[in-house]
Design a protein around this ligand. Structure first.
Ligand code: ADP
Length: 737
């Protein structure tokens, strides 16, 4: 039974929305400039034949079907083809069939041999042909610049194959394409620079180009021929025409070409690194056939072009890598000379925006930000840095579509759709950023899109429509960040981190030295103070003996001198006590626990209240317990309480309150003399007093208090007003929940 219905898997209606799913490799039809015959590999019985068999053969398709392939081609032709198959997947052979010079192009598809027959109309002088071909190769290779090389290739291909228009079409990373070189008949309008969306050459068409290399459409307006099949199950056993020379053209593509009045095409895939770099696309405005050998030459030329493009690309990248490495070294030199990272990167001959292909750059370090070139506002940049921080834990972030990751950036997408960001610090807003503008800004549309002539009536598919689609796809998108740009930025980032680490090491060394000196000084003052106690006790003892035993026999001067000695010794003792307390704090290991504040205050008042009997002390009876080292927290409370009592003791009704507010913030409040808040920083230092001898003291009490608080990783501060009293607050980190 003969089956000639078109494939049910092939959709009946196709448009721009589903053309990327169109199964063009199982289209079930061929172009009518040749005949296709398939035979089963095992028994060589003809299994399929195109309806136009009479174009070459003298037998109808029905007659050919079910016959043996030996009845279609001679035994020796078949043998030659089968011998070729032992070495390669495609074979070709010249033959005379039905008095016609025919080229047979054969390949295997599943369990079938596919033979395609084309009439050889053009006879070529093989030697002249060969010579011209090698001339073309050397002409292409003699040019080093990529654009010029593509121009030259287009020119030579146009001369050689005589198409009306030859274009070199390059894909971008998203498979959108642009025409980068063009040669055309003078009367034709230029399409150079035109951009096309990826949907114009959908992915399955790109796959077929990769498989086949060169393909022609002989006559856009011709009717494709069905392939008749022996099998009942032809629909489920569809013939895969991926490698077919004659494969019919997708109706969408035909419509697209008809809209542009194109009559015939040749397309050759420019492939390198196994991916499609671009296409050589030739258009003719009437039907045009080029034979299999010419197509092979075109394939060969395209390979030469691909290799030379790869070489010049490698050269260009190498040049860019060398340039950015030079700039990076200069930037590092600038930083070292100026001893300042921001200035080094932004303020001299070389700037970080020279490092990559960016239109704006930012350096943000230690709350200082410098922008170069075209950048969003500093406020926007800061918000952007903080947003990126939330997006990734990595130091490196880059995008060509910022609005996607951060809709808040829509307002400045024209200048920053592409962002490359490298964080310098894990916790701060320190970062280096580069920006690329929205691509729509930089696209050059060759000619006014509104005036393009091939807008089809139903507006379904046309180059004009394509451009609109492409334009909407590009909103908010920048050019890509090339690998070498990212590497250059990452390298600079590494250099800067090294500089920061070196600087940190320097500061750390100095700090360590300072700590050692400080520790030495502290133990020195501790031992000196300690050693002073014994002689001081001697002086005090002798002074008291003289006062008690010989006082009456002394003259007035001696009497007052003895008195001075005794009170000086008192003061000295007080001072030594305080110094020992202060320096002792640094040496003691902490032993923390929870204990009662009320009890500490009661204990302290036992000694303090008799010294200042007039002062009324009112601790809040609900003071919460405190967590920390009791032996030193007692010194903190003692100093604050004693100061409050001392500096209010001369008031009419001295009052000291002790309380706690907001989650363990303790305070000691008095209604005493107070002080000018401009001294608030000074009073926590050692030996800094704002009063004279009328108030006893060493000037160390608040330094001790501060040290105790710091040992608990806490905070101490004061509010005061002259004549109105003071409130000292403290909060210990150990008490925070
Ligand atoms: P001192 O032994 O002089 O009290 P401190 O280190 O305890 O030393 O305090 C430093 C200075 O801060 C005091 O000399 C005093 O001028 C000021 N000061 C401290 N507490 C109070 C307070 N409660 N009221 C007023 N001034 C105070």
């Amino acid at each position: 039974m003969i089956n000639n219905s078109p494939s049910k898997l092939y959709p009946t209606s196709l448009d721009l929305t589903n053309c990327d799913k169109e199964p063009i490799h199982i289209i079930g039809k061929i172009q009518n400039h040749g005949v296709l015959i398939a035979c089963r590999i095992d028994d060589k019985v003809v299994s399929r034949v195109s309806e136009n068999s009479l174009f070459i053969f003298d037998k109808s398709p029905e007659k050919i079907l079910e016959s043996n392939i030996n009845q279609v081609i001679t035994e020796d032709v078949l043998t030659d083809i089968l011998v070729q198959f032992q070495k390669k997947t495609t074979a070709y052979k010249e033959a005379v069939i039905n008095n016609k010079n025919v080229t047979i192009i054969a390949h295997q598809s599943n369990q079938e041999y596919i033979l395609e027959f084309e009439i050889n109309t053009i006879t070529l002088d093989p030697l002249a042909y060969q010579i011209r071909l090698s001339e073309i190769v050397s002409e292409i290779n003699s040019i080093s610049n990529l654009e010029e090389r593509c121009d030259q290739a287009a020119l030579l291909i146009k001369e050689y194959f005589e198409y009306d228009r030859v274009m070199i079409y390059q894909f971008d990373d998203k498979w959108n394409g642009s025409i980068i070189a063009e040669q055309r008949e003078q009367h034709l309008e230029s399409w150079l620079g035109l951009q096309y969306p990826a949907s114009d050459i959908p992915q399955q068409a790109r796959k077929l180009f990769l498989k086949q290399g060169v393909r022609i459409i002989n006559d856009v307006s011709s009717k494709p021929e069905n392939i008749l099949s022996l099998q009942k199950d032809a629909d489920t056993n569809l013939l895969d025409l991926s490698k077919s020379e004659l494969r019919a053209v997708s109706p969408i593509h035909i419509e697209y070409l008809s809209n542009m009045n194109v009559g015939a095409t040749l397309t050759a895939a420019i492939v390198y690194n196994d991916t499609l770099w671009g296409l050589i696309a030739c258009h003719h405005y009437s039907p045009k056939y080029i034979n299999y050998y010419q197509r092979l030459s075109c394939k060969f030329l395209t390979q030469i072009l691909a290799t030379s493009i790869q070489l010049s690309n490698t050269d260009t990248i190498l040049e860019k890598v060398q340039k950015s490495s030079f700039i990076r070294n200069k930037l590092i030199d600038q930083i070292n000379v100026k001893k300042n990272i921001i200035e080094g990167l932004s303020n001299y001959d070389y700037k970080i925006n020279d490092l990559v292909d960016a239109t704006g750059a930012v350096v943000s370090i230690d709350n200082e930000m410098v922008t170069m070139g075209n950048c969003p506002s500093k406020e926007n940049i800061l918000n952007l840095i903080r947003h990126i921080r939330k997006l990734t834990n990595d130091d490196l972030y880059h995008t060509t579509n910022l609005v996607n990751d951060y809709p808040g950036s829509a307002a400045y997408k024209d200048i920053a759709s592409g962002v490359l960001c490298l964080f310098i610090s894990k916790t701060k807003d320190d970062a280096l950023l580069w920006f690329k503008p929205e691509i729509i800004q930089t696209v050059h549309w060759a000619g006014n899109p509104d005036k393009r002539t091939f807008v089809d009536e139903n507006q379904r598919i046309s180059p004009r429509k394509s451009f609109e689609k492409w334009t909407t796809q590009q909103i908010g998108t920048s050019k890509i960040w090339r690998d070498h740009e990212i590497s250059a930025a990452v390298e600079l980032h590494k250099n800067i981190l090294n500089i920061i680490i070196e600087k940190y090491e320097e500061v750390k060394n100095l700090n360590d030295k300072l700590k050692i000196a400080y520790d030495e000084l502290e133990s020195f003052s501790y031992s000196v103070s300690h050693d002073l106690r014994a002689p001081l006790r001697g002086i005090d003892g002798f002074a008291h003996i003289i006062k008690e035993e010989y006082y009456e026999s002394l003259d007035d001067f001696a009497k007052s001198s003895i008195q001075t000695i005794i009170s000086s010794v008192d003061k000295m003792n007080l001072l030594i006590d305080d110094i020992l307390e202060y320096s002792g704090l640094g040496r003691k290991p902490m032993q923390s626990r929870t204990f009662s504040m009320i009890k500490v205050i009661e204990e302290l008042l036992v000694t303090l209240q008799p010294i200042y009997p007039k002062v009324k002390v009112e601790p809040n009876t609900e003071l919460p317990d405190i967590y920390g080292d009791r032996s030193i927290i007692i010194l903190l409370i003692k100093n604050l309480l004693e100061n409050a009592m001392k500096y209010s003791s001369k008031e009419m009704a001295p009052l000291v309150e002790i309380g706690c507010k907001d989650n363990h913030t303790y305070f000691v409040k008095d209604n005493g003399i107070g002080f000018d808040m401009k001294h608030q920083g000074k009073i926590f230092g050692v030996f800094n007093r704002l009063v004279n001898q009328e108030y006893k003291g060493s000037g160390i009490g608040l330094a001790i208090a501060k040290r105790v608080v710091e040992k608990h990783k806490g905070k101490i501060w004061v509010e005061s007003k002259i004549g109105e009293g003071s409130i000292f607050y403290f909060k210990l980190a150990t008490n925070e929940n």
